[in-house]
Design a protein around this ligand. Structure first.
Ligand code: GA4
Length: 329
């Protein structure tokens, strides 16, 4: 990206950084190789809607290969990358996020997880070796989807939900409306001149889907909002995955799990690369609390389909509370 003047920087959202950003050491850590991790998973989803996963079983080779491809792609000239755009519904995007005026210091590729639905002409513009890039994406997505399903099954076990695939079957469905996103947050050296202020790479929001699985390189920037509204910085860890509860999982657990508000701040000296799998249900799926969660109680939410939720999401701004429209008063 280009060098920015101070005025140009100020077109992006800046936040006053009262406290120097310290990395928070209390992020729940889930070791998937431990037999009783389901209880810790439930606690983490209730308290934070967010946790870190180790012993995840996703081969490092897939992660490293895709990261190398992504770095290659984002280092191409803008005109090359733009051949894969615009991002709506899928493709390359730069600074503009979503259809309603949100901007961030980020460039990205937004894709469907089902390789057949990314059209041939679109995929053929994936940088210098599109086949290699597509193969890396597909290997990575299959492994991460498998891990996401295992995590969802452990959550169902921890919540004593039957059948244990009540959540994961939605991601496994052929019609699952899941997405994949590669983000590049270029460094912004001019930030140092804005003492005491941070620039927004990706503004605060919750993810609309069921679950999001994020992997980033070792550059910090991700922050999550705690229940008390305070923002904390997540220490990066390139060998682990970070998992977010999405709005749909909040509804399916009748608010027992809460989707996590998160954002990314720009780093002044290092590029941040992240890859996120958003596990979503089929468009026609009714999103409602599972009967075994309700134990005869009332749903906190009006009934809606994933299609209806998505429509609301795409007519909202990033920071909006989208679930608010569907809460019973
Ligand atoms: C947030 C989660 C995913 O990145 C995403 C985003 C989507 C987009 O970038 O186009 C949205 C945002 C996300 C929620 C509200 C709408 C839609 C931008 C936006 C303003 C791909 C998604 O599914 O929802």
């Amino acid at each position: 990206m280009v060098v920015l003047s101070k005025q140009a920087i100020e077109q992006f959202s800046l936040i006053r950084n009262c406290m120097p950003t310290t990395l928070f050491s209390g992020i729940p850590l889930i070791d998937l190789s431990k037999p009783d991790c389901k209880h810790l998973l439930v606690e983490a989803c209730q308290e934070f809607g967010f946790f870190k996963v180790i012993n995840h079983g996703v081969p490092m080779e897939f992660i490293n290969q895709l990261e190398a491809e992504a770095i290659n792609f984002f280092s191409l000239p803008l005109s090359e990358k733009e051949k894969t755009g615009p991002p709506a519904p899928f493709g390359y995007g730069n600074k503009k996020i979503g259809p309603n005026g949100d901007v961030g210091w980020v460039e990205y590729l937004l894709l469907k997880t089902n390789p057949e639905s990314n059209s041939q002409s679109f995929v053929s513009n994936f940088g210098e070796n599109p086949d290699k890039f597509c193969a890396a994406i597909s290997d990575y997505i299959s492994a991460v989807k498998r891990m996401a399903c295992e995590v969802l099954e452990l959550m169902a076990d921890g919540l004593k939900i039957q059948p244990r695939n009540a959540f994961s079957k939605l991601l496994m469905d052929e019609e699952s409306d899941s997405l994949f996103r590669l983000n590049h947050y270029p460094p912004c050296p001019e930030l140092q001149a804005l003492n005491g202020r941070d620039m927004i790479g990706f503004g605060e929001h919750t993810d609309p889907q069921i679950i999001s699985v994020l992997r980033s390189n070792n550059t910090s920037g991700l922050q999550i909002s705690l229940r008390d509204g305070n923002w904390i910085s997540v220490p990066p860890d390139q060998n682990s995955f970070f998992i977010n509860v999405g709005d749909s999982l909040q509804v399916m657990t009748n608010g027992r799990f809460q989707s996590v508000r998160h954002r990314v701040l720009t780093n002044s000296c290092q590029s941040r690369h992240s890859m996120i799998y958003f596990g979503g249900p089929p468009l026609s799926e009714k999103i409602a609390p599972l009967p075994s969660i309700m134990e005869g109680g009332e749903s906190l939410y009006k009934e809606f389909t994933w299609f209806e939720y998505k429509k609301t999401a795409y007519s909202s701004k990033l920071a909006d509370n989208r679930l608010g429209h569907f809460e019973k008063i």
